[in-house]
Design a protein around this ligand. Structure first.
Ligand code: NI
Length: 181
């Protein structure tokens, strides 16, 4: 297992907007990818991470929305996920590890049924609601090269881009100060 670098927007928007390839066989390489994704997600920390965010354009993502204070966690591994059904709407303030510091309200389906393959290569179906449903939709979007900015209204997207520029500029300043100090 290894903690991998998380690719940020906009520097890596080419990879982050690539439609990822399906996994053909869950072999050691794919299991390694799953383990690296999980370790990187928990280290960040975040509640979901998709393979393109560490530079691998394969349809693999991990999600854990459980309380970080709770030991054990509840890791979901989704290889080749397909959303089969959706219902309802929910507005959630989302963040994304590729957009550090940016949190924006996004409207999604409140309930989803997803079919995916797990780390052992077994197909399964999962019915999710609330934050888990939101996370599944956010991560499946990553595998289609769709970033959460694109799920905002035009007005919100424009404001979010401005906010994010400011956040990154401030982060860059802080990093420079650290270097000088
Ligand atoms: Ni994300």
């Amino acid at each position: 297992m290894a903690i991998r670098d998380i690719l940020l927007y906009p520097e890596h928007s080419d990879v982050l907007t690539t439609e990822c390839d399906p996994v053909e066989t869950v072999d050691d390489e794919v299991r390694q990818l799953v383990d690296d994704l999980a370790e990187t997600m928990y280290d960040a920390p975040g509640i979901g991470l998709a393979a393109p965010q560490i530079g691998v354009t394969k349809r693999v993502t991990v999600i854990d929305v459980s309380d970080p204070e709770q030991p054990g966690g509840d890791l979901h591994v989704l290889i080749n996920p397909e959303i089969l059904e959706t219902s309802g709407t929910i507005t959630w303030e989302e963040g994304c590890l590729s957009f550090p510091g940016l949190y924006q309200e996004v409207e999604r389906s409140e309930n989803v049924t997803v079919r995916a393959t797990d780390r052992d290569g077994e197909r399964y179906e999962l019915e999710a609601e609330g934050i888990l449903a939101v996370a599944i939709q956010h991560e499946v979007d990553h595998l289609d090269g769709i970033l959460f900015l694109e799920r905002m209204s035009r007005l919100k997207r424009r404001l979010a881009r401005k906010d994010y520029k400011k956040i990154r500029a401030r982060m860059a300043e802080e990093t420079n100060e650290d270097v000088e100090a």
